[in-house]
Design a protein around this ligand. Structure first.
Ligand SMILES: [Zn+2]
Length: 433
């Protein structure tokens, strides 16, 4: 705190409060409008400002007498003296507290920070937003970044049901550009079309785009088209993460179909086993299941041939993706195609024809030896963000949060040390709130 005279400091050990009673130093008081000197005293206004924790004291409360006086440059109007340690967007918190809380929110939820620092959760959410928006113009990729392996993912943002409409809800997606070597999301864009991926790639320079050797995507033509055009050196591979999603979806279609059949026939055992909330038991690896579940599962497999076949197809498919050599992969895939034909399961036949179309890209994946740990990890992180983030109804705030938690939009990569004392004026003013 600068330019103040401390009159009294009280500490409260039971409530962990640190109270500072002070007044502005008259000789340094400047008009908060024009920064000119202030003349005759009008009044001393009581202000309460929260500061950062001091030692064991969680709550620092600054009781400040703020000077108000006549400013000659402002037509002799009464103006308050500028307080140079409060945050320009949050008048009852110091810049140090805002930066302290802001850094915590890079790691944990706004709710948790509010609880720890005894502040308002909504204010914390606003502060997080302001801070991320201030950091955005400073965001740049590290110079030595290794872009050898990249991937594009689509993340479900939210489903919008149009009011008074029975039509399907509109599902919104965010496309993310992932750098495998750094395990980071480099950029995001709304949508899942070619324009979205193009926008994501715009953060890379032309030589950076050329340096990409492997690009992992879903079986999604708009993405593939853009990569072929802008990253001509990249081998496009369909990675295991996306393939697993597709094969699990195919199985889920079978499950849903069998579930509705069981309901028609009032088959209680099958209704119980095939219910949506139990679908994880069906796709879980057998060694991870409890004895009781395993027994039930065996019984289900005995009485329902389609479910049994579906499970075999899923398992065999995962085994194919474990193959280290392309030759072995091809052999196993041929066998899988045959199993699909013989099963007669429509969702798998559809998947098989898609896989046939993208076979060469899947072979690229086998050759690339990419693991899916990065995509899975980042996607899980985003899922957690969505659940804790008050739903994220705002597209911009959701994308900023993704970049903060999973990318470079945080104080580890952007130097904000100065923000404990001063908010860069150009950034603060550009952030309406
Ligand atoms: Zn003035």
């Amino acid at each position: 705190m600068q330019n103040i005279i401390i009159e009294k400091v009280e500490t409260c050990e039971t409530e962990l409060k640190y109270k500072i009673h002070c007044r502005q130093d008259r000789q340094y008081c400047r008009c908060n409008h024009c920064y000119g000197p202030l003349g005759a005293t009008h009044e001393w206004k009581d202000r309460v400002i929260r500061g950062p924790p001091v030692g064991a004291y969680t709550e620092t409360i600054i009781y400040l007498k703020q000077f108000r006086g006549h400013c000659i440059s402002c037509d002799d109007k009464v103006r308050s003296a500028n307080i140079n340690f409060v945050h320009p967007n949050f008048q009852n918190m110091t810049m140090a507290l805002c930066e302290y809380a802001g850094r915590l929110m890079e790691e944990i939820t706004c709710e948790a920070v509010a609880r720890l620092l005894r502040l308002n959760p909504k204010t914390m959410w606003d502060l997080d937003q302001v801070r991320m928006r201030m950091m955005k113009p400073l965001l740049s990729l590290p110079e030595e970044i290794d872009l050898n392996f990249m991937s594009a993912d689509e993340v479900h943002f939210r489903s919008l049901r149009k009011t008074n409409s029975v039509a399907r809800p509109e599902i919104k997606f965010v496309t993310t550009l992932v750098c495998y070597k750094e395990s980071k999301i480099l950029s995001t864009a709304m949508g899942r079309d070619s324009k979205a991926l193009k926008a994501c790639l715009d953060v890379l320079s032309a030589p950076q785009k050329l340096s990409i050797n492997f690009f992992a995507v879903d079986m999604h033509d708009p993405f593939i088209k853009v990569i072929k055009r802008y990253c001509p050196n990249a081998e496009i591979c369909i990675d295991r993460f996306h393939l697993s999603q597709n094969v699990n979806d195919a199985f889920d279609w079978v499950r849903k179909h069998e579930f509705s059949l069981a309901k028609k026939q009032n088959d209680e055992f099958q209704i119980k086993m095939l219910a949506p909330h139990r679908r994880f038991v069906l796709v879980e690896k057998e060694k991870n299941l409890e004895k009781k579940d395993l027994k039930m599962l065996d019984r289900l497999k005995e009485i329902n041939k389609n479910i049994l076949n579906g499970m075999i197809l899923v398992e065999h498919f995962h085994a194919i993706l474990d193959k280290k050599e392309v030759v072995e992969f091809r052999k196993s895939l041929t066998l899988w195609y045959r199993l699909v034909r013989e099963s007669g399961l429509k969702p798998f036949r559809k998947l098989a024809s898609t896989i046939r179309k993208y076979r060469l890209n899947i072979e690229s994946y086998i050759r690339s030896k990419l693991t899916t740990a990065v995509s899975e990890g980042l996607n899980n992180k985003i899922k957690v963000l969505k659940r804790m983030g008050y739903g994220y109804t705002n597209e911009q705030s959701f994308q900023l949060k993704i970049l903060q938690r999973c990318g470079f939009l945080n104080s580890k990569f952007i130097n904000t040390t100065g923000w404990f004392w001063q908010i860069p004026e150009n950034l603060a003013l550009n952030t309406p709130f």
